[in-house]
Design a protein around this ligand. Sequence first.
Ligand code: AMP
Length: 139
Amino acid sequence: MAYDTGNVFAKILRGEMPCHKVFEDESTLAFMDIMPQAEGHTLVVPKAKAEDLFDLTPDALAATIATTQKIARAVKKATEAPGIMIAQLNGADAGQTVFHIHFHIIPRWSGIDLRLHARGMEAPEKLAAMAEKIRAAIA
Ligand code: AMP
């Protein structure tokens, strides 16, 4: 399937849609998931146009996973979560709903189940406050 430039993350990358940004560099962007599966759920995307893992160059993948590691460290610090789950879905059959590759950073606590995937919008002020905490933890 050809990359669809109308997908929501492409719009965020072009500045046509807002996001709660936590980090940006020349190749990647990290922002809060608006339907978090746990408090602190953050997404990392490459700026390169790529639908999934198989569509991304090794260099862009390296930059994206390096940002994922950096932001996961900050998410862990900001949320004080003992565990951090990294997830990345390829194809609708795997549950992918936005067709611009992204890595999920999801804090985990034993005994606390994940909320359902891509359901239940979080209050914007809660997302903004969490983004602020994560940005502070990067520094
Ligand atoms: P996936 O199903 O792996 O493609 O994940 C897509 C993720 O994007 C889901 O966790 C959604 O909650 C999230 N999402 C959808 N629209 C937005 C948006 N406008 N801003 C931030 N996250 C979003």
